[in-house]
Design a protein around this ligand. Structure first.
Ligand SMILES: [Zn+2]
Length: 331
């Protein structure tokens, strides 16, 4: 198997060949797209290509001195800036490190490359420090920003980068890739993982690592018991303490979308097949106004969760479950 970080995902190959075949390259790129589609691999492969002394067939060779240094994680002309902990901010100290790196001469005598991800994790001071570097680009220095949420970046940063939106693969492409990564699972399991990941294959792979299918079964079971009055919202909140909040809110969003489509008869059957009975039952007994308000509340909170806002987990889940149940009781 190819070394990670040297090759873009197969569905990004058209974007890749367009990029490496450009006669000249910009000093700053912003790779954007949905989470879990391989933007990070794309940026890493591009960094490898930029640093390689003798790229072959449009990819880093993996054998030159520069490639060997990079694979060992000790290339002096490559800098990777990420939050110290996932979900935390990239602070101004890190960006100062970047400014120092830009100022120094390339030690291998070639190019210098910086990968900064996720770019929206920069706090205000960090973003301002970065802006200064973007305003005065240095020869042979390339800055690669990666972002799920480019709209959260300063417009002045966005406008100084060449924005490359990376596509989400088709369902078939994604399933084929997942089958190669997880040959021990059945086609049905690949399908279920991909659905949970909203079509993003690398996210689906990560979900498998989290045993998301097991968690999902637990959550679906709990929702059924809640609607039957066999369990309370606060009991479920305790029971679901190991379920990542991002997953939980995504599932409720997806079920809500099914409810809306069933209610307006845009769908006959819910797309979430493990919830078909529950959603079918709810769709017939729901008030459109309540559904609209609920969806708005849910999307607002999803935005807060994805934006890493400080949210009281237990209070949020309990409030969510109470409202979910009330969708039925308001009649
Ligand atoms: Zn090389």
């Amino acid at each position: 198997m190819a070394e990670l970080g040297m090759q873009p995902c197969p569905w990004h190959l058209p974007a890749w060949s367009a990029l490496v075949n450009q006669p000249r390259h910009a000093h700053a790129y912003l790779f954007s797209g949905l989470p879990g589609i391989g933007k990070r691999d794309f940026a890493a492969a591009f960094a490898a290509w930029l640093l390689c002394e003798q790229p072959q067939q449009g990819q880093a060779c993996g054998q030159c001195r520069s490639c060997l240094l990079r694979q060992a994680g000790s290339h002096p002309d490559m800098l990777l800036l990420e939050p110290e902990e996932e979900g935390k901010a990239i602070r101004v100290d890190a960006v100062r490190q970047l400014v120092g790196f830009i100022a120094q001469t390339a030690q291998q005598g070639g190019r210098k490359v910086i990968i900064l991800q996720p770019a929206e994790a920069m706090n205000q001071n960090a973003a301002n420090a970065l802006l200064k570097s973007l305003e005065e680009p240095t020869r042979d220095t390339y800055l690669l920003l990666v972002s799920d949420q480019p709209s959260r970046l300063l417009p002045t940063i966005r406008s100084r980068c060449l924005v490359q939106a990376l596509p989400t693969p088709s369902r078939d492409q994604a399933l084929q890739w997942l089958a190669g990564q997880l040959p021990e699972l059945s086609g049905q399991q690949h399908d279920a993982l991909l659905q949970m990941a909203a079509g993003a294959p690398l996210r689906a792979l990560a979900l498998q690592g989290l045993e998301a299918a097991v968690l999902r079964e637990k959550v679906v079971e709990g929702v059924k018991e809640l609607l039957k009055g066999q369990v309370s919202a606060s009991q479920l909140t305790d029971r679901w303490s190991s379920v990542p909040l991002e997953l939980l809110v995504d599932w409720f969003c997806s079920w809500t979308l099914d409810l809306l489509k069933l209610h307006t008869q845009a769908l006959d059957q819910p797309e979430n097949s493990d919830m078909d009975k529950v959603l079918g039952y709810m769709a017939q007994r729901i008030q459109p106004l309540a559904l609209g308000q609920w969806q708005q509340w849910l999307l607002e909170h999803r935005g807060m969760i994805l934006g890493k806002a400080n949210l009281n987990r237990a209070l949020f889940i309990e409030a969510m479950l109470i409202q979910w149940k009330q969708l039925l009781e308001r009649r």
